[in-house]
Write a protein that binds this ligand. Structure first.
Ligand SMILES: Cc1ncc(COP(=O)(O)O)c(C=O)c1O
Length: 410
């Protein structure tokens, strides 16, 4: 992003022009940021046998998937829908790992039919898989019992979460693997999202590798995603050079002990796309309740739920007045819920009606978690680069939305 003559520019185009061309609200992704993030992460891990799988749940936009596919990234998929989208984007079945939680038989059969490797996260599913598909390769997701200091909804390891095969059930895993002659080629863990402390990641690596050691047929260890991004002004992005070096050194040492150079896999989502995305929304109503000023927009938590769901902070700009006099304002949406707030008491250059607000760091878990709540359609998505914008998903029309409810206007 850039500021030119008091206006916000994304990928070389002003936010006002983007809204003029594509309408409001609008998701905008800067291509350069995504490519930059991918390359930096790829390069900082010096261990040579590595693979980055994009956690496509973060943002399943097809254009973003294709962009990462062009960089030889793989995919972490959590549903048949994500597998199909990834295949459509040009990923091959070998590029995809299916980490299904509470997987159904139909989902298991679908992944096997598509030749996608399954990452199984319960003893019960492993048993069902073995029975139906003996001799096949498989990966297991383990719960390494490391709890990250992040929002409780995004902790995915430790005693209180539903994910993974518990670290103390490894003997049972072995029994199932032996009974059905399964080829256990991978051990996976994912401890949570939004990790800004590399030590937590390393600790999870250690525990995961302790478990991995107990299997002699491995080809890879997958340490999941979770690398955070700094949303709040006081937060600092992870020191990637240090992260990459520590992760590489640790894994190199582990492989020496294991006696084989395994592939190191990580599955970032937020890190790759979070900072690339902006939700642009037009202010249509300014009102005061006593001294409190509200800037009411034409979007809401139906399009970006993170502030409402997790109390998340997103850096937010007045794209129409980047450098004006600062005031305190509540920036809210048009959804019929008092929790529909993008920002409370935000200090931001003075906002007036028809200004465009840009909610930054919205590329991860933004559109991906959008809904049609209040029967409001999805916004459009565009990708910007070098002064050019490409429509990456067209705006949902009210007719399309209502058609899915059985309402027809013809
Ligand atoms: C199994 C798995 N891998 C990777 C990720 C990506 O996490 P993040 O976006 O924090 O990198 C998730 C997110 O929940 C996940 O569940």
């Amino acid at each position: 992003m850039q500021t030119i003559q008091n206006k916000l520019y994304l990928g070389g185009i002003s936010a006002e022009k983007l809204i003029e061309d594509y309408g409001s609200p609008l998701y905008v992704y800067e291509e350069e940021t995504i490519l930059d993030k991918f390359q930096t992460l790829h390069d900082c891990i010096t261990y040579p046998h590595k693979r980055i799988l994009y956690a496509i749940k973060t943002n399943p936009n097809l254009a973003i998937a294709k962009l990462l596919q062009s960089k030889k990234c793989g995919i972490d998929a959590v549903s048949p829908g994500e597998i199909l989208l990834a295949l459509h984007a040009g990923f091959s079945a070998e590029d995809i790992l299916f980490t299904g939680n509470n997987m159904t038989d139909a989902e298991m059969d679908f992944a096997v039919k598509e030749k996608v490797l399954l990452n199984i996260d319960s003893l019960s599913r492993l048993e069902k898989f073995g029975k139906k598909y003996p001799n096949k390769s498989v990966c297991i997701r383990v719960n390494p019992n490391i709890v990250t200091q992040v929002h409780q909804h995004v902790i995915t390891a430790g005693p209180k979460t539903k994910f993974g095969i518990n670290h103390d059930q490894i003997e049972e895993v072995k029994k199932i693997v032996d009974q059905y002659n399964l080829n256990l080629i991978g051990v996976h863990s994912h401890i949570g999202s939004g990790i800004l402390d590399p030590e937590k990641f390393l600790l999870a690596m250690e525990v995961t590798c302790e478990i991995a050691k107990k299997f002699d047929s491995l080809e890879f260890v997958d340490f999941g995603g979770g690398i955070g991004i700094a949303y709040k002004p006081e937060e600092k992005n992870i020191d990637l050079a240090e992260f990459g070096q520590k992760v590489s050194q640790y894994f190199e040492k582990f492989c020496q002990q294991y006696g084989k150079k395994l592939t190191l896999i990580i599955e970032p989502g937020r890190f790759l796309v979070g900072e690339s995305g902006y939700l642009l929304t037009k202010v249509n109503t300014i009102k005061y309740n006593g001294a409190r000023k509200f800037a009411g927009t034409d979007s809401g938590f139906n399009h970006l739920i993170r502030p409402t769901m997790y109390g998340s902070y997103h850096p937010t700009y007045n794209a129409s007045n980047m450098q004006g006099e600062i005031e305190k304002v509540d920036i809210c949406g048009n959804i019929c819920e008092s929790g529909d707030l993008f920002a409370r008491d935000r200090e931001i250059p003075k906002i007036k009606e028809d200004d465009i607000v840009a909610i930054s760091h919205s590329g991860a878990y933004g559109f991906a978690m959008a809904s049609n709540y209040n029967l409001r359609p999805f916004p459009a998505e565009v990708i910007v680069q070098g002064g050019k914008a490409k429509l990456a998903r067209k705006r949902q029309s009210i007719n399309d939305l209502l058609a899915s409810y059985g309402v027809r206007f013809d």
